[in-house]
Design a protein around this ligand. Structure first.
Ligand SMILES: O=C(O)CCC(=O)C1=CC=C[C@@H](O)[C@@H]1C(=O)O
Ligand SMILES: [Mg+2]
Length: 371
């Protein structure tokens, strides 16, 4: 059966974050992204959301490279080829190297459209069975240790099941030690976004006293060799984020012993199909997986919820409620987390409606591609 695409609409949105998000690279105050809508001409629309930031600090992609890839390469590939199942999109896109975030944005729209045409929730179309998912929060670098403790206390009170604290040289062991002292049982972890090198090995060894769930991406963004050396030297499990962009990367990292946990982001690996393949491989290997966030608006958040229903997502993801990020989200109802859990929608596709008025208010550019 063909997934007939008759039109793709591409809107560029700009939304202000409720709270600036600070990492080892800088502070984000806005999120700019593309909302992709794939229409079948029979009244169904599938939605996808791009993840790349305006600057290339997390990966090499940006909002502008996403636009270039979508307009000039990826959408034209879909205009020229029929798709029978969303998995085929990944194969068609192999003609374009990397640019995973641009690929994932449109692949997600095709997955949503296909699930809606089958009358299935996206979670079921992917093979997921969970009715509720566990979620945590990612906490940016705060102005002070006191602020950090206040934020940690608030999120623990709200019931979030995993707290990720951003670290960087000069803002790491001492802060984490203070958090651990005040909250001896809290499920905390740290994310360094590649801020260290193997020269810091003695410094990083101190993490082992802090009973962290894991430390995320301490070393180079495309490294798996140094991470294997570091993992052999520390007890704290290493979780890889930036380094894993494909099933092949995941296989090599696991075989080398570079990590014990994988942060799986749909956008970073080029879409839901590749994310599911990595999930299945990690399940076979007994590697714990959780779903990372990219400060998504509602559509991206809905995709994350659907993926997290797969069984090897054994650790809480970053997918906290919409209101943590936005005064107003672009979906109805907004995503809500209660006691660290999100109920998985049962309606076909992503299971949320677009809030047309909100979308309109955040749209700064729009383009339509006919098929
Ligand atoms: O979506 C969220 O809640 C934030 C997730 C988050 O921690 C990150 C998103 C994007 C880049 C990074 O700063 C960081 C990460 O590396 O996982
Ligand atoms: Mg990370």
């Amino acid at each position: 059966m063909v997934v007939p695409i008759r039109e793709i609409n591409m809107k560029r949105l700009r939304m202000r974050l409720k709270h600036p998000f600070a990492t080892s690279f800088g502070t984000m105050e806005h999120k700019e992204f593309f909302l992709l809508e794939a229409k079948d001409g029979e009244g169904n629309s599938g939605f996808g959301e791009s993840a790349a930031f305006t600057e290339p600090w997390y990966t090499e992609e940006t909002v502008e490279t996403t636009r270039h890839m979508l307009e000039d390469f990826l959408i034209p590939i879909l205009q020229k080829n029929q798709v029978h199942h969303p998995d085929e999109v990944t194969e068609l896109f192999r003609a374009v190297r990397r640019n995973n975030m641009a690929k994932a944005a449109i692949e997600g729209a095709v997955w949503d459209l296909s699930a809606k045409r089958e009358g299935l929730p996206l979670s079921r179309a992917l093979g997921g069975e969970k009715r509720k998912i566990d979620v945590g929060v990612s906490i940016g670098i705060q102005p002070s240790v006191k602020d950090t403790l206040d934020v940690v206390e608030r999120y623990l009170r709200e019931g979030y099941k995993r707290l990720k604290l951003k670290i960087k040289p000069g803002w790491d062991i001492d802060v984490l030690r203070e958090v651990r002292r005040c909250f001896p049982e809290a499920p905390i972890m740290a994310d360094a976004n590649s801020a260290y090198t193997l020269e810091d090995i003695d410094h990083l060894r101190q993490l082992d006293d802090l009973e962290l769930l894991m430390v995320e991406q301490p070393l180079g963004a495309d490294d798996i060799i140094d991470h294997a050396n570091l993992q052999a030297a520390i007890r704290t499990p290493i979780c890889l984020d930036e380094s894993i962009t494909s099933l092949e990367d995941a296989t090599k990292a696991v075989e080398l012993g570079s990590c014990k946990v994988v942060n799986l982001k749909i956008s970073r690996v080029g879409g839901l199909t590749e994310a599911r393949r990595i999930h299945d491989y990690c399940q076979e290997q007994g590697i714990a997986v959780w779903c990372g966030g990219m400060l998504e608006a509602g559509v991206g958040r809905a995709h994350n919820i659907a993926l997290t229903t797969l069984p090897q997502f054994v650790l809480p993801g970053d997918t906290s409620g919409s209101s943590r990020y936005w005064e107003k989200d672009i979906i109805q109802p907004e995503v809500t987390a209660t006691d660290g859990e999100i109920v998985v929608p049962e309606q076909p596709g992503i299971g949320f409606q677009l809030d047309e008025e909100a979308v309109r208010s955040f749209t700064v550019e729009e383009k339509t591609f006919d098929f």
